[in-house]
Ligand binder design. Sequence first.
Ligand code: MG
Length: 166
Amino acid sequence: MTMRVGLGYDIHPLAKNRRLILGGIEIPHHKGLAGHSDADALIHAVCDALLGALGEGDIGSRFPSNDPSFKNIASVVLLEDVQKLVTTKGYSLLNVDTVIVAQAPRLGPHLPAIKARLAAVLGVDQQRVNVKVKSGEGIDGIGREEAIAAHAVCLLAAVPSSPATP
Ligand code: MG
């Protein structure tokens, strides 16, 4: 069986007057992530992991930030597009594992909703999706609540008799 691993990482600054969206879920907080889209760092990391596994570059090349059609776009729409590409290229998602690095707010209570949303958008059972959170431990910009980062790894398997190539 052909399998392909992918790695993704993203970071966005926290800013006032922005909604905080992670994994497609809005989380109550006095600041939100700033960026061209809704700045959902977790979904961007997952997109990059999937694109990486496919050998299809990265989110910046697929959805250029100078393209006005992506301004303030919900990142779940980007993930839906990338998930379709996974299928088109003949792969299925075995699993995705993620880490959000955030000093604040406390994300633990929101992890089940984030996981459910990611699994729904990816079209897989929740057992194939894992979402973890780490504190910034007060270190650097994340620890000073200036930013939130996310990491993701995924494993894709070629669907038998599909167009997938090693
Ligand atoms: Mg991003």
